[in-house]
Structure formats: structure tokens, C-alpha cells
Design a protein around this ligand. Structure first.
Ligand SMILES: Nc1nc2c(ncn2[C@@H]2O[C@H](COP(=O)(O)OP(=O)(O)O)[C@@H](O)[C@H]2O)c(=O)[nH]1
Ligand SMILES: [Mg+2]
Length: 347
């Protein structure tokens, strides 16, 4: 049966009214989390100074510094906890608004899938075949980002429509995926994913289960038992994602739950994308996904997270998962974007 949603306008216009504004809606919990983290960092540095103080004979110089750090770490700690609790206990209900749980019937067949690909010749063929074999999918688009290997011919041979995106970078590639999906298909639902073997078509069923309740169903890889033992997501990235996710969640307190800011795999309703694509910046590179979620929340769109399975990558990694150092850089850029606004950087 083909369930079609009611007119897009009425669905989204109700959410537009829920976009917060004014002093009451400033991200106090986010500021509190930052202050709290600063306090913890000051305290730990102050305590760790014990090592050079005693081992390097710097007691005379470092003792006052250590005392100052440990003593004054109390200020940001207390203020931070106060802001988080104040926002959560005092303002959260008002920030949440009165929007009822969305429950709109959705189209469950004829979906379009768009896959990112950047020199992914080893994985792209099997990924395309996997998605085309899913009964809900009618079309797979692969956006190759100037791949110099056999990514494009392999994707085409597997049955995908292949497009090349000339602007380099993950953000440009994702933006083009979503743009092409809207342009080349009348489908109400677009599935965005990577063609690197880390995500499987079977998880579309999980995303679809939440589609009636959200404008965007975002996959999360931070649910144990759902990721294979040896994936790119190291323990550091697992908890790093969780931390940055909570920063974003605190920024938009009461609007959504976020445990993963780095998953490409997501389901988007057409009308949400039509609103979102003009306001996101494709030049934002590996931190694009966090930028995308931030922009969606700022637009008043409903995001629901959905646990998905995560698998070892086929081929060489080029993204934020290369190693923990790279992940830290991407994570810090995400944090800066969440707090200070998003700046372009193609790396
Ligand atoms: N790093 C990077 N990835 C790109 C680019 N263009 C497209 N991609 C694709 O975007 C995805 C990056 O995802 P991520 O999981 O962060 O890195 P991965 O380990 O290389 O898969 C992969 O599917 C890449 O093939 C680009 O210019 N840089
Ligand atoms: Mg990947």
C-alpha cells in the first residue's frame, strides 16, 4: 500500500512556529557544559602539575599556578552546573514547546538512495547492489567526488546513476547527493548513505520505522551490540561523538536527542530537504554532518535518532575516521561550529 503524507506545507508550517528565539532560548545548557568542561580541565591540569613540581624541581614556580588552577576551577564548575541545571529544570519545558509527536503516514516504496563516493572502487559496486536489492528502493545515485580510480564505472556497472561532483570535500559531496536525489526522483523520502561498506541497506527498515515521526531520521552508531568489533569507530571516537552530540543537543535543548554527530546514513523527507539545502554550506567539509543537524534544528525541523548497524570499511579511509588525531581535529571544528558558527574549510 502506498501511504502518502498530507500536504507538505501544513506539516512544516506548524514546526516553523516552534523555532525558539529571545533570551529565554539562549543555549544556557551548552554554555554551562563548556564552563563545566573548562573547570574540570583547570582542575586536572592543576593536579597534574604535581609531576613537574616534584620531579623537575619546579616547586617554587609551579606551586602558586597549581593552587590557583585548583582553587579557581571551582568557579566555572559551579557556574556551569548552575547553568545546565537552570536550563534543564527551569526552561526545558518551555523550549520543548507543545508540538505533539508527529505521526504522518509515509511512502514506503520507490525510495531514492544517494551514496557518497571518493575513490571507493572496492566498495561501491557491492554497496550499490545491496541498496538496489532492497524492496523499498527504486533508484541509487552515486556521487563520485573526482574519483580517479574505477569508482564511477563500477557504480554504473552495478546499476547506479553516477554523477561527478567537482567541488572537493565531503560537504560538497553530501550536498550534491541530496540535490541530485531531489532533482532526479519524485520520491518523498531520500536516503543518504556512504558507498564504503560501513552501512547496510537492511537498516533502511529501521529508519523507515521512525519516518512518520520526523523530518530527518538520523542514524546513530553509538549503540553497543550494533557495531561490529573492528570498525573505524574507535573508543575515542565513540565517546567523542557522544560528547559533541550532547553539545548540539544542549544547544537545542528539548528539541531532540543526539548521540552521534558523524553518521552519514540518514532518511530525509523531501520537504525538509527543500528547506534545508539552501541554508547549509557545502564548503564545510568533514564536519558537515554536525552543521547539517545544527541547521535543521535551527530551522525547527524534527530530528529523531535511530540506532543502525555499523560495519568495517572496505577500502582506504579518507574522512574523519582515518585516526584519532584526525577525529580530534574534526571534533574540535565541530565544537567550534556549534558554539561560534560554521566556517568553511576544505581539507
Ligand atoms: N574525506 C573525504 N570524503 C569524501 C570526499 N568526497 C566524498 N567523500 C566520501 O564521503 C565519505 C566520508 O566519510 P567518512 O566515513 O568520514 O570517511 P571514510 O572513512 O573515508 O568513509 C566517504 O564515503 C567518502 O568516499 C572528500 O573530498 N573527502
Ligand atoms: Mg565512511
Amino acid at each position: 500500500m502506498n501511504h502518502l503524507r498530507p500536504a507538505a506545507d501544513s506539516r512544516l508550517s506548524r514546526q516553523r512556529a516552534a523555532v525558539p528565539s529571545g533570551v529565554l532560548h539562549l543555549p544556557w545548557a551548552l554554555y554551562g557544559l563548556l564552563l563545566f568542561s573548562l573547570g574540570i580541565a583547570m582542575y586536572l591540569v592543576g593536579v597534574a602539575l604535581v609531576v613537574p613540581r616534584y620531579l623537575l624541581g619546579l616547586e617554587h614556580w609551579l606551586r602558586p599556578v597549581a593552587e590557583w588552577l585548583v582553587w579557581y576551577s571551582g568557579l566555572p564548575l559551579v557556574l556551569g552546573v548552575g547553568l545546565v541545571l537552570g536550563d534543564m529544570l527551569g526552561l526545558r519545558d518551555r523550549k520543548r514547546g507543545t508540538d505533539a509527536v508527529h505521526d504522518h503516514p509515509v511512502q514506503r516504496t520507490g525510495l531514492v538512495v544517494a551514496l557518497t563516493a571518493y575513490n571507493d572502487e572496492a566498495s561501491i559496486g557491492p554497496a550499490v547492489r545491496d541498496f538496489l536489492a532492497h524492496p523499498a528502493v527504486s533508484q541509487v545515485i552515486v556521487v563520485s567526488n573526482n574519483s580517479t580510480d574505477r569508482t564511477a564505472p563500477n557504480a554504473e556497472a552495478a546499476g547506479a546513476v553516477v554523477v561527478n561532483e567537482e567541488r572537493p570535500g565531503y560537504g560538497s559531496c553530501v550536498h550534491r547527493c541530496l540535490t541530485e536525489a531531489l532533482r532526479r526522483s519524485g520520491a518523498d523520502i531520500v536516503i543518504l548513505c556512504e558507498g564504503d561498506g560501513t552501512f547496510l541497506a537492511a537498516d533502511i527498515d529501521k529508519l523507515l520505522a521512525y519516518a512518520p515521526h520526523a523530518d530527518i531520521v538520523n542514524g546513530t552508531r553509538t549503540v553497543e551490540r550494533l557495531r561490529q568489533p573492528l570498525t573505524q569507530l574507535s573508543t575515542f571516537m565513540y565517546y567523542g561523538n557522544l560528547f559533541v552530540g550532547k553539545m548540539l543537543e544542549f544547544k537545542h535543548l528539548g528539541k531532540t536527542t543526539i548521540t552521534d554527530v558523524g553518521t552519514t546514513y540518514k532518511l530525509c523527507h523531501r520537504d525538509a530537504l527543500e528547506r534545508l539545502l539552501p541554508v547549509v554550506n557545502p564548503a564545510i567539509n568533514l564536519e558537515f554532518n554536525a552543521h547539517f543537524l545544527d541547521a535543521a534544528l535551527a530551522e525547527g525541523l524534527a530530528i529523531v535518532e535511530c540506532p543502525i548497524t555499523f560495519h568495517p570499511r572496505v577500502g582506504v579511509s579518507k574522512g574523519g575516521n582515518v585516526n584519532n588525531r584526525r577525529a580530534l581535529q574534526v571534533g574540535l571544528r565541530m565544537m567550534r561550529g556549534i558554539v561560534l558558527g560554521w566556517r568553511e574549510r576544505v581539507a
